[in-house]
Design a protein around this ligand. Structure first.
Ligand code: NAP
Ligand code: ZN
Length: 360
């Protein structure tokens, strides 16, 4: 009888950035053999988040090269470890921004793994076994089962992939900061990947939604495709002035430095502004913007795994997906340039299965 095949590492085709120029090019690396608690899957689609653009350029100062970005990946399970009961071969799954955490600290026991001091990001981080994590611009993923999500079966997979970061990053603060109250007035600053999902959730929660955008060309679609009730060209001082004191809560998704006081002035008494965008430079706030109407400013990072699953199920029930532009991997450098210019409606998603070869 032939001996059982030893578990071996798997060769993965990918595209990686090699330095702070951020230029991506073909790259091959190994992922670990599927361990007892691991799920292995063939990646079908991966979204392109603005965080990928920040990371390939080392905007946040923690990048590790070569770097395979991508934390909005979906695919089909090809192997599960002996201890895995919740996932089966053939099932469609996803992985977002996290691949590991300690599972025992306060945040972890509250299902807030994103705030664990020992969390491991999906790429450009060091995993517990010492390997450098690599993301979803690649053909195959191996992930510990606790960080694998079940994708809703009724949603198109390409348009559902960005829910794994863009979706949860706005859904989580909307829930946590109670910015999901029907009838209230919700403002979304920046109509990109995160922002357009915030508009969709705002409408699903029954709120009146105002979009603040620096791109007047986005108005028609914001109203007609996303259902926004009001569109404010944020560079027009008259439009900003007219909105003063009209909004209950704002989610700010902007990726670059911008004047926060202007947006705070549009909040009512006790209004809240929650930052999810992460500009590379610090933002400034005049204290009067807060004290004059008892306003709050907060922040939020992605979401825990349990809440991400809840958000995916909610999207399945309400048929919520992202508006995407599907691209082959060969277009990624152009896509990154366009993303830097806010020229995408509203998320690039890489068709991995049809544009990157996979051996497995
Ligand atoms: P995106 O698709 O590029 O959207 C950002 C939007 O911000 C742009 O579409 C643009 O909207 C607006 N914007 C860009 N530059 C601006 C400027 N100089 N002034 C004013 N508005 C500007 O990016 P994304 O993928 O949604 O990500 C947005 C930010 O969130 C990034 O910083 C990303 O790293 C961060 N992020 C944070 C988390 C978290 O856990 N907190 C998770 C994921 C991403 P308009 O054209 O409508 O003005
Ligand atoms: Zn992201």
């Amino acid at each position: 009888m032939a001996p059982a095949a030893a578990a071996t590492e798997v060769e993965v085709d990918a595209w990686a950035a090699r330095d702070t120029s951020g230029h991506l090019s073909p790259f091959t690396f190994s992922r670990r053999a599927t361990g007892p608690g691991d799920v292995k899957f063939k990646i079908l689609f991966c979204g392109v988040c603005h965080s990928d653009l920040h990371q390939i350029h080392n905007d946040w100062g923690n990048s590790i090269y070569p770097m395979v970005p991508g934390h909005e990946m979906v695919g089909e399970v090809t192997e599960v470890g002996s201890e895995v009961k919740a996932f089966k071969v053939g099932e469609i799954v996803g992985v977002g921004c996290l691949v590991n955490s300690c599972q025992t600290c306060d945040p972890c026991t509250q299902h807030l793994e994103q705030y664990c001091g020992k969390k491991v990001w999906t790429y450009t981080d060091k995993d517990y076994d010492g390997t450098i994590t690599q993301g979803g611009y690649s053909t195959i993923m191996v992930c510990r089962q606790e960080f694998v999500l079940k994708m809703p079966t009724n949603l198109p997979l390409d348009a559902a992939a960005p829910l794994l970061c863009a979706g949860i990053t706005v859904y989580s603060p909307m829930k946590h900061f109670q910015m999901d109250v029907a009838g209230k007035h919700f403002g979304v600053v920046g109509l990109g990947g995160l922002g357009h999902m915030a508009v969709k959730f705002g409408k699903a929660f029954g709120m009146t939604v105002t979009v603040f955008s620096t791109s007047p060309s986005k108005e028609k679609e914001a109203r007609e495709l996303l259902g926004a009730d009001r569109f404010i060209a944020s560079k027009d001082p008259e439009q900003m002035k007219a909105a003063a004191g009209s909004i209950d809560y704002i989610i700010d998704t902007v990726s670059a430095a911008h004047p926060l006081d202007l947006y705070l002035s549009t909040l009512k008494l006790d209004g809240k502004l929650v930052m999810v965008g992460i500009p590379e430079k610090p933002l400034s706030i005049h204290a009067f913007s807060l004290t004059s109407a008892r306003r709050y400013v907060g922040g939020s990072g992605i979401g825990g795994i349990k809440e991400t699953q809840e958000m995916l199920d909610f999207c399945g029930e309400h048929n919520i997906t992202c508006l995407i532009e599907k691209i082959p991997i060969s277009y990624i450098n152009t896509a990154m340039e366009r993303l830097g210019k806010s020229d995408v409606k509203y998320r690039f998603v890489i068709d991995i299965a049809n544009s990157l070869k996979s051996e497995d």
